[in-house]
Write a protein that binds this ligand. Structure first.
Ligand code: GSH
Length: 258
C-alpha cells in the first residue's frame, strides 16, 4: 500500500475567526498542496517555521532553491516520499516528481503542454506574486510567528535596501497603480482562458493543469492574507465578469489541509 507523503509547509498565525485550514498561506506551498489534493495523493503536513527550514532541509539532503540578496536559501515546499525514500524540494520539481512517480493519478501536465505551462509559470506566477507581495506586506508580517518574523526581516529587508518591511508596503497612488497592474495582468490571462470558448474555466479548458494550480495559488494567497474586503481582492473580484470569484470557487474542493 502507498504510504502518505510528508509535506513541509510554513504555519501562519491564526486570526480569531480562522480555522486550522488557514494555517496554510504561502503561495509557493499552495502550488504543491493544490496539486496533491487534485491528484488525490495522500500526504500529511509537517509544519515548519522559517528559522527551522535550513536544518531540516540539510537533514533531508535537498539543495537550496533560491538566492535572496546574495544568500542561498533552503525553502519549502519540500516533500519526503517514504515509498521511494526520496526528498524533493522546489514546487515545480515536486510537481514533476509526483507526475512521474504516480502516473496512475490525474495528470496536471497533459501531453505537449509542458513547455507552455512552464512559460506561464515563469512569467505570470513570478510577476503576480512579486506584485502581490508589496500589496500584502502587513498581512504577511502578521502571519509570521515572532521567530519567523525575525528571520523574514533578516532575509527580506536587504532586498529593499534595509527599509523596514512595514515601510515597503505600497500606499496611495503607487498602491492604486500596482493594483491596476495586477488586474491588467489577470486580464491577459482572462483573454487567454476565453479563447478556449464555451464555459471553459481554466487555461487548459475544462481540465485543470499545473498552470492553473499556480495561478490559483497566488489568488489563494491574496484572498487568505489580504481578506475578501481588501482593496486588492475587491478589484480582482469585480474584474473580468467575476471570472476570478468563480475560478476560486472551482478550487474549493481542493483546499483541504490534512
Ligand atoms: N522556487 C521555490 C521557492 C520557494 C520559496 O521561496 N519558499 C519560501 C516560503 S514561501 C521559503 O521557504 N523561504 C525560506 C526562507 O525564507 O528562509 C519553489 O517554487 O518552491
Amino acid at each position: 500500500m502507498t504510504k502518505p507523503l510528508k509535506f513541509y509547509d510554513i504555519p501562519a498565525n491564526l486570526k480569531d475567526d480562522e480555522g486550522p485550514s488557514h494555517r496554510a498561506w504561502s503561495p509557493n506551498t499552495w502550488r504543491v498542496r493544490y496539486a496533491l489534493n487534485i491528484k488525490r495523493i495522500a500526504y500529511q503536513t509537517t509544519w515548519i517555521d522559517f528559522p527551522d527550514i535550513e536544518a531540516e532541509m540539510q537533514k533531508l539532503g535537498v539543495p537550496t532553491t533560491t538566492v535572496l540578496a546574495g544568500k542561498a536559501l533552503y525553502t519549502v515546499p519540500t516533500i519526503y516520499d517514504p515509498n521511494t525514500n526520496r526528498a524533493v524540494t522546489d514546487s515545480q520539481k515536486i510537481i514533476e516528481y509526483i507526475e512521474e512517480q504516480y502516473p496512475d493519478k490525474l495528470s496536471l501536465i497533459p501531453p505537449y503542454t509542458r513547455g507552455l505551462q512552464a512559460a506561464f509559470v515563469d512569467t505570470h506566477f513570478q510577476s503576480l506574486s512579486m506584485g502581490a507581495f508589496l500589496l500584502l506586506v502587513p498581512s504577511i508580517l502578521s502571519a509570521c510567528s515572532a521567530r519567523g518574523l525575525e528571520h523574514f526581516r533578516r532575509t527580506r529587508e536587504p532586498l529593499f535596501g534595509g527599509t523596514r518591511l512595514e515601510d515597503a508596503e505600497l500606499q496611495g497612488e503607487s498602491r492604486a497603480v500596482a493594483i491596476s497592474k495586477f488586474i491588467d495582468e489577470l486580464g491577459v490571462i482572462d483573454r487567454a482562458i476565453s479563447t478556449n470558448g464555451g464555459k471553459a474555466m481554466f487555461l487548459t479548458g475544462d481540465i485543470l493543469s499545473n498552470a492553473d494550480v499556480n495561478l490559483a495559488a497566488v489568488l489563494t494567497w491574496v484572498l487568505r492574507l489580504g481578506g475578501s474586503e481588501s482593496d486588492l481582492w475587491r478589484g480582482i473580484s469585480a474584474a473580468h465578469g467575476g471570472r476570478w470569484v468563480k475560478y476560486m470557487d472551482a478550487f474549493e474542493p481542493y483546499r483541504s489541509v490534512p
